[in-house]
Design a protein around this ligand. Structure first.
Ligand code: SF4
Length: 248
């Protein structure tokens, strides 16, 4: 839990650390690199979550459920937009449903905050959240990096939530045929950092057009690349920072 430079949120909260690579969008996972760094700095929470392979950090598949972190947002009085689990995936198969229920209890007890939860496992999200209350301050989303993963949007549509959102980041291919019906918000971003893969401008325009068709709020986060600051976040000569409106 820390202040963050992510453009669409204020703070991060990590009740779970550790993950497993699932699809091409995970290849340059920022959390994997950061977990290796935090382990090297002696932070016990990240011990053994990654190993070195070919000179790069790789998840070992071990997860750390941080019970001590569960209540942290209760101590934050000032309202914040909180990105939940930037260092993991809350709906990883090895996170017990009972632990997710404890995360829900904290979020229910802190209505001053808005929570954003992003998963690459929306099928698990749909199953687990079916047994949890719909909270007006919780936004649930999935990542889609290319047309190979459009089915994740169908899984997300099954999720009951005040706001359902898609993160098209890192965008690795065209998703022109994406069905955004009943999706409140779309974030688009190119990959950044070492080994960043390129994003074509027309892939971004296609998503913007889909957002206009379906009435989905459109947020353009960044072009990305090795120097994401230099590449910036202007599209058509302007920025796009639209935020969603709940339909509950
Ligand atoms: S699901 Fe997210 S946290 Fe897990 S490996 Fe992929 S990008 Fe990283």
């Amino acid at each position: 839990m820390a202040e963050t430079s992510i453009e669409w949120t204020d703070a991060t909260w990590n009740p779970v650390a550790g993950c497993t690579i699932l699809s091409p969008g995970c290849t340059n996972c920022y959390a994997m690199r950061m977990a290796a760094r935090l382990d090297a700095m002696g932070q016990a929470k990240y011990r053994g979550l990654t190993r070195k392979s070919g000179g790069r950090a790789k998840w070992t598949g071990k997860l750390f459920l941080d019970r001590k972190a569960l209540g942290v947002p209760r101590s934050w009085i000032k309202p914040r937009q909180i990105f939940v689990n930037s260092m993991s995936d809350l709906f990883h198969a090895d996170v017990p449903a009972a632990f997710v229920a404890e995360v829900w209890s904290t979020m229910a007890a802190t209505p001053q905050h808005t929570y954003q939860i992003l998963t690459k496992r929306p099928d698990n999200m749909a199953e687990i959240t079916a047994n949890l209350p719909v909270l007006p301050n919780v936004w649930l989303g999935t990542s889609v990096e290319s047309s190979d993963y459009l089915a994740r949007i169908d899984d997300l549509r099954r999720v009951r939530s005040a706001i359902r959102f898609i993160s098209f980041e890192p965008l690795l291919g065209s998703v022109a045929s994406a069905d955004l019906k009943n999706i409140h918000w779309a974030i688009v971003g190119g990959e950044s950092g070492p080994g960043a893969r390129p994003m074509a401008a027309n892939w971004v325009s296609e998503i913007e057009a889909a957002c206009r068709r379906y009435g989905t709020a459109f947020f353009f986060k960044q072009w990305g690349g090795k120097n994401k600051k230099a590449a910036g976040r202007m599209l058509n000569g302007r920025t796009y920072d639209e935020m969603p409106t709940a339909s509950l």
